[in-house]
Design a binder for this molecule. Structure first.
Ligand code: ADP
Length: 213
């Protein structure tokens, strides 16, 4: 798409206030990345996965990648400052656009607050946080399977997966209240057939967009 068309689309979005900025939320292995890839084209959204950006930096052996590697391999979160700076660059690189799907970000209250500040600089805001609910037994099974096919270091053992689930409970779960208070939190059943889960997300988004008018 030419830059002029992009600028025009963005201008229309801002004027009509019809951008769609989504957070796909959920525990590790809940399917955020998979579902983001399936819905981004339908709504013309830019998908930003902080995990993917870290992994790209790791394979390119950048300073950021080397720093993140230690945390990721242990199953811990990368420090907030580092993650927020990276997200800021990613976001600014993709503006103008018609909206974002944030996948794996924010994962702490600090990150969520910084995201609001960053978006407000561009007169933007988060519209919806869509959580994929999956039980822990299913998550562990999915992640161990992904570990076998992808070789991802953090998916190799149940111990590491448990550390990630504990990180979620301690640092990420409080965001449910953060977005519920703003009336932006919706959850769907993230178990079962892949296409059924996509349909649940699409129905939720279409209802939201219809109500918004
Ligand atoms: P999953 O959600 O399946 O764990 P991700 O690719 O989203 O996979 O994340 C992998 C790892 O990358 C996390 O365990 C963490 O170490 C790091 N990471 C990703 N996003 C963030 C974030 N927002 N804050 C801190 N660390 C992050």
């Amino acid at each position: 798409m030419s830059i002029l068309i992009k600028l025009y689309n963005w201008y229309i979005c801002v004027i009509k206030n019809n951008m769609l900025n989504l957070i796909l939320f959920g525990k590790p292995g809940s399917g955020k990345g998979t579902q983001a890839s399936l819905i981004k084209n339908k709504y013309n959204l830019v998908h930003i996965s902080t995990g993917d950006v870290f992994r790209k930096n790791m394979s390119n052996k950048t300073d950021l990648g080397m720093l993140a590697k230690g945390y990721m391999e242990k199953g811990e979160l990368v420090p907030d400052e580092v993650t927020v700076n990276m997200l800021k660059e990613e976001l600014e690189d993709h503006l103008p656009c018609e909206g974002f799907i944030f996948d794996g970000f924010p994962r702490t209250t600090y990150q969520a607050e910084k995201l609001d500040v960053l978006l407000s600089k561009y007169s933007l805001n988060i519209h919806l946080t869509v959580a994929l609910d999956v039980d822990n037994g299913t998550l562990i099974e999915r992640l161990l399977n992904r570990g076998k096919s992808s070789g991802r270091a953090d998916d190799q053992s149940e111990d590491k997966i448990n550390i990630r689930l504990q990180e979620y409970d301690k640092k990420t779960k409080p965001l449910i209240e953060f977005y519920t208070k703003q009336n932006k939190y919706k959850s769907i059943n993230g178990m079962g057939d892949l296409d059924d889960i996509t349909t649940r997300i699409v129905n939720l988004l279409d209802n939201y967009l219809n109500d918004r008018g």
